[in-house]
Each structure stands twice: as structure tokens, then as C-alpha cells.
Design a protein around this ligand. Structure first.
Ligand SMILES: NC(=O)c1ccc[n+]([C@@H]2O[C@H](COP(=O)([O-])OP(=O)(O)OC[C@H]3O[C@@H](n4cnc5c(N)ncnc54)[C@H](O)[C@@H]3O)[C@@H](O)[C@H]2O)c1
Length: 357
């Protein structure tokens, strides 16, 4: 029920969203706009096949700046001018396979870009920052069943290590500069799992790949069929970020709390890639057309589960959707897209449906 309160929390607030042109950032900006927040967006221009930002008419609904967060001066002048009440930082190079192709770019964006933001927040004495990293920030040597917020950070691939580094940099800024300023937590990091939902058009993510294979009548290529992942609908972690934002805004969390929270699904939503794909085909009621290419050479963690007890206990956050509902919402969105490309209404309806739960 906590989603219902978001309207009174975010109404008329100036909210800066970095990564507003991406998958999660577009959903978040759209949701915040529905809550009557004044959204300022920062991000690169959407990639060619990513229609989400434009279909949601976000260029008209939010104050969007197409800039690189590694450009300190540009980012600084936008933030200085806007002086947002709260910042949600989602901008990142978010694809593991791309970090193999261009490791330097991934590290630059995810660490230098994030440090620029922290430095600008510090210089301008801003408060209220929700800093999104990833479940992949935990050191995963395949010997642990699930990860809680106090587990060791690290990465055996460049994307994961860039997210672990982004976390470490956050904690160093927090302890060095921010913690002493208030007896309440005014900033926090959020770590979520494998997010699915309509409007993800990234390459090398299994669900967008599935729907592209359907659109172009091709076989889906599956590279890591047995990797276990914590599947969750995009609105689940976003509700966690908004709830965390609300607690931070209202001085609800004492600064003796550890400022990081996991927002993963229930254990039942942790399934192997191949099981998820089969469930999608069953829901869509179409013949299975896929090819398994064996395990990829990339060093992607095979088992990844998030322990969400801390979010449960300290924020009273919990996942609302079971796996079948996640699959239904995601499939219905893409079916709409494949039929008529009008995704505005279905995105709106899905946020309303979720907010009522
Ligand atoms: N999608 C998932 O399953 C998932 C899981 C865990 C964590 N995350 C994290 O959540 C965040 C959002 O993920 P997403 O799926 O929406 O990713 P996405 O790739 O769809 O969007 C990334 C956003 O960051 C922006 N961006 C990238 N480089 C930038 C730069 N140099 N300067 C300015 N903007 C830049 C892009 O323009 C885009 O708006 C990321 O931090 C990602 O690492 C995502």
C-alpha cells in the first residue's frame, strides 16, 4: 500500500533522474510525472531501437538534458541551476557484454560519472540522493547462495567491478563528507536484481532478445540457459527506490543504519534462464523457437540471489508480484508494442495496477 502515499510525497518536488532515457529511468520518470513531480532528466539520447522514452512522450513531460555524466561542467551546471529536492542516479553503462568490448568506457561512466555526481552534490550542499548500483556489485565466486548488504563487494567481470567500485566510492564519500551533516540518512544506495518489463530494448538481455526474435521471426539464441537469476518486474525495484526516497526526504532513517538496501524478488522468482523462457512461450502460447549455444565465454555469475530482509525490516518494502504476474505484465506490454506500437496507455495502466496492490 505504500505506493499510494507517493503522490503526497513527490507532488511538486524537483526530482532529478539520471539515466532518464533508459529502460528503468524512463519508467521512473513517467511514474514521477504521474505523481506530479517536476522531473529533470539527464541521459544520453536513446539508442535507435529504444522507443520507450519517445513513446511515453517524456521529451514533453520532463525537462530533459542530453549530456554525458562524465562531463563534470555540464552536469554541474544543470544540477546547480535545478537544485533538485532529490536525485535518483541510474545512468550507467548497464550491459555486461559491452563491458567486455569496451572496458574503459564502462569504468569511466560507472565510476567517474558517478563520482562527478557525488562531488556536485557535495559542492552544492544538496541532500537526498538515491544511488542505484546492481546486485552484481557483490563478489560472487559461486560459493554463496544469496547476498545481503554487508557481503563483500567485488567483480570478476568489468561491469560488476565497476558497480562494486561505484558502491565503494559512494561509501567513501558518505563516510568522509555526508554522514556528519545530519543525524538522519540523506543518501543511500540501492541494489536490484534482474529486471524485466516492457520497454527494455537493450541488446544481449534475454527478454528483449526474446521479443525481438518474435518480431523478426528468428530463433532466440540462449547463451547461459542454466544461470539462476532473481527475476523481478521493473516496477518492483522502482517502488523500492521511491520508498527509500520518501524515507530519506522525511528524515525517517537514522544515520546509524547502513545506507544500502537490496530490492530483489521473493525466492520463488529465482529461476534458471531456460525456465523463464519456457514460461514466456507458454504464456504467449506460441511455438518455442530457440537455440542453446552452450555456456558463454563471458565470466557472468551463475548464481545470484538477493537477501531482502533488510529492506523488509527497515523500510517495510516487499515484492508484490509473483513470477506469473511479472511474465503477464511484461508480455502484455510487448504484445501491445508488436501490434500497434502504442505503449503509452499500457505503461500508464500497469503503473496504476501496481500502485493499487
Ligand atoms: N536492467 C537491469 O536488469 C538492471 C539490474 C541491476 C541494475 N541495473 C542498473 O540500473 C540502472 C538502470 O538500468 P537500465 O536497465 O535502465 O539501463 P539502460 O542501459 O536502459 O539505461 C541506462 C541509462 O544511462 C544513460 N547513460 C549511459 N551512459 C551515460 C553517460 N555517459 N552519460 C549520461 N547518461 C548515460 C543512458 O542514456 C540511459 O538513460 C543502471 O545503473 C543499471 O546498471 C539494471
Amino acid at each position: 500500500m505504500y505506493c499510494k502515499k507517493f503522490k503526497s510525497t513527490y507532488k511538486n518536488l524537483k526530482v532529478l533522474v539520471t539515466g532518464s532515457t533508459g529502460f528503468k529511468g524512463s519508467w521512473l520518470s513517467f511514474w514521477l510525472n504521474k505523481l506530479n513531480a517536476k522531473v529533470i532528466g539527464v541521459g544520453l539520447k536513446p539508442e535507435k531501437d529504444n522507443i520507450l522514452f519517445s513513446s511515453l512522450k517524456l521529451n514533453k513531460k520532463i525537462n530533459q538534458h542530453f549530456i554525458d555524466i562524465c562531463d563534470y561542467n555540464k552536469l554541474s551546471s544543470i544540477i546547480q541551476k535545478a537544485r533538485p529536492d532529490i536525485i535518483f542516479h541510474l545512468a550507467a553503462q548497464s550491459i555486461v557484454s559491452d563491458s567486455y568490448k569496451d572496458p574503459l568506457h564502462t569504468i569511466k561512466t560507472n565510476t567517474l560519472g558517478s563520482t562527478n555526481l557525488l562531488e556536485i552534490v557535495k559542492k552544492n550542499k544538496l541532500k537526498n540522493l538515491i544511488y542505484i548500483t546492481s546486485d552484481k556489485c557483490y563478489l560472487n565466486n559461486g560459493d554463496k547462495f544469496s547476498f545481503n548488504e554487508f557481503d563483500k563487494l567485488g567483480g570478476n567481470d568489468v561491469y560488476s567491478s565497476s558497480k562494486a567500485a561505484a558502491e565503494t566510492i559512494f561509501h567513501s564519500y558518505y563516510n568522509s563528507f555526508f554522514k556528519k551533516d545530519s543525524k538522519y540518512l540523506k543518501m543511500a544506495t540501492a541494489r536490484a536484481g534482474n529486471v524485466i518489463g516492457g520497454g527494455d530494448f537493450k541488446r544481449n538481455r534475454i527478454i528483449p532478445d526474446l521479443f525481438k526474435s518474435i518480431k523478426f521471426k528468428k530463433k532466440l539464441i540462449i547463451r547461459n540457459p542454466n544461470s539462476l537469476r532473481p527475476w523481478q518486474h521493473v516496477l518492483e525495484p522502482l517502488s523500492g527506490y521511491l520508498l527509500l526516497g520518501e524515507k530519506v526526504l522525511s528524515n525517517n532513517l537514522k544515520n546509524n543504519l547502513y545506507p544500502s538496501w537490496n530490492f530483489g524478488p521473493n525466492v520463488k522468482n529465482c529461476k534458471r534462464v531456460i525456465e523463464i523462457i519456457k514460461k514466456f512461450y507458454e504464456y504467449l502460447d506460441i511455438p518455442k523457437k530457440y537455440k542453446i549455444l552452450g555456456n558463454s565465454k563471458m565470466n557472468e555469475a551463475k548464481i545470484l540471489r538477493l537477501n531482502i530482509n533488510k529492506s523488509n525490516q527497515e523500510l517495510l518494502w516487499k515484492p508484490k508480484l509473483n513470477l506469473d504476474q511479472c511474465i503477464r505484465l511484461t508480455s502484455n506490454w510487448y504484445i501491445n508494442y508488436l501490434i500497434n506500437e502504442d505503449v503509452f496507455n499500457i505503461t500508464n495502466e500497469q503503473i496504476e495496477f501496481f500502485s493499487e496492490k
